[in-house]
Design a protein around this ligand. Structure first.
Ligand SMILES: O=P(O)(O)OC[C@H]1O[C@H](O)[C@H](O)[C@@H](O)[C@@H]1O
Length: 430
């Protein structure tokens, strides 16, 4: 990825070139720590080794029985869905099997989706690193029943991606289902470049090798200076801006195909960095659509934000027809891409003009290579930010608290977290 920090210099809050130079001493130390973690295969840091450890042949072999699928339904949540969804939404072609994601247990949504799918031509991809996540297991039980009711042998149309043990692993063994392993030491939100994120891309026929090469080139490019490493430039600057009050980071891609990338980024940033009273709230926006809504707040609201503007440098364009309609002739002869680029630059300029920090992130194209690189570099940026902030980047105790409370409420065991639900104070107004 290409990172341009110019629009965050001298903003409010902002960074100066000198402050970034001072921060660069800490980058060298953080980079050494990251490299040591990678070398020792430590939990979390191991994710940054995925370009060399992921077994693409194993992924291709696991999905080979499903070449005829018309649709692939992933049942997973959080890191077990968002990486795959990011690739699927960014890379989808007209002839690919459709990718669907059940990452919520809203009954109306689940029923509507199951009613619309050709279940006899759908492959079900059940993904859970832990094998215990209630939403995923509940949805899988519902999907399995729907297949049986439709006269489909679910064991013929399901594969599982999970850890070496747990409920899902036992299910795969019992029914002799094709399965993939979630790599050790890779937290869910860092697993997009592993079996977890790549199996759907394989079913859709995307170029896994190019994704891996994009990530591997990004890994090779990590160095001890933010001025030489785009991932660290992004991580260090967002960290510095947070320290100066930019507590919200609006991730705003100018490409519909990257809308889900912003969702993936939100999990990565929030769950990794939101600890010890620190962190930076990721907001999801889409250019140019949200110029006509959220931009008012970003430009003129509280001075507690930065905006990350993302765009591809190359894309297939579509001309705008000539018109003799009064006042619209300036559009004719131009293209939708020209208009989108102009909107991007206008938004950036409007933020600069009002002193709101922005960071420009560009990728060469929305293709496999650039996505591999983008996701890897955002993960490296996040790990660097975590080092600088001295938070425990790879844990998520606050999320787990809620998981235990919900399980306890459903009678899934004795969890003291569930008792807090009874202790809640209410103040009802009707
Ligand atoms: O893959 P699973 O074990 O089912 O976990 C799915 C998700 O569950 C939790 O909410 C974790 O905090 C997330 O990081 C994880 O991605």
């Amino acid at each position: 990825m290409h990172v341009d920090l110019g629009s965050s210099l001298d903003a409010t809050p902002g960074v100066s070139r000198e402050s970034l130079e001072r921060l660069d001493d800490q980058i060298a130390a953080a980079h050494e720590r990251i490299e040591a973690g990678r070398d020792a295969h430590e939990h979390g840091y191991e994710a940054l080794n995925l370009p060399s450890t992921v077994d693409l042949d194993a992924i291709r072999a696991a999905v080979a029985p499903f070449e005829d699928a018309e649709a692939v339904l992933t049942v997973g949540i959080g890191g077990s869905a968002l990486g795959a969804a990011t690739f699927a939404d960014a890379l989808a072609g007209p002839d690919d099997p459709e990718a669907y994601f059940l990452d919520n247990v809203d009954p109306a949504h689940v029923s509507r989706l199951l009613d619309s799918l050709p279940l006899d031509r759908t492959v079900v991809n059940v993904v859970s690193r832990s094998g215990t996540t209630a939403e995923t297991l509940a949805n899988f039980l519902v999907v399995r029943e729907a297949m049986t009711d439709a006269g489909v042998d679910w064991t013929e149309r399901t594969f599982v991606t999970t850890g070496e043990s747990g409920n899902l692993r036992s299910l795969a063994t019992t029914h002799d289902l094709p399965s993939l392993s979630v790599p050790d030491g890779v937290p869910g939100r860092f697993s997009a470049l592993s079996t977890v994120g790549l199996a759907v891309a394989a079913i859709q026929g995307h170029d896994l090798e190019a994704i891996r090469t994009g990530a591997a080139d990004a890994a090779d490019g990590l160095s001890g200076s933010l001025f030489e490493t785009p991932a660290y430039a992004y991580g260090a600057t967002t960290y510095a801006l947070a320290g100066r009050g930019a507590l919200t980071n609006a991730m705003m891609p100018y490409a519909e195909r990257l809308e889900t990338f912003a969702e993936w980024f939100a999990q990565l940033w929030a769950e990794s960095l939101g600890k010890d009273g620190l962190g930076q709230t990721p907001a999801r926006a889409l250019g140019a659509t949200d110029q006509h809504s959220q931009l008012q707040l970003y430009r003129a609201g509280p001075r507690d934000k930065l905006v990350t503007l993302v765009r591809p440098r190359n894309y297939s364009d579509r001309p705008i027809p000539e018109t003799d309609l009064d006042g619209l002739s300036y559009l004719g002869g131009s293209s939708l891409g020209d208009l989108l680029d102009a909107e991007f630059e206008a938004t950036e300029a409007s933020l600069v003009e009002s002193g709101v920090p922005a960071i420009r992130v560009e990728i060469d194209a929305v293709d496999e290579y650039s996505l591999g690189s983008l996701l890897y570099e955002m993960e490296a940026a996040c790990v660097l930010y975590g080092e600088l902030a001295a938070v425990s980047t790879f844990t998520q105790p606050a999320v787990e608290w809620g998981k235990k409370a919900a399980r306890g409420l459903l009678g899934g065991g004795d969890f003291e977290e569930a008792e807090a639900v009874d202790e809640r104070t209410s103040l009802v107004v009707e």
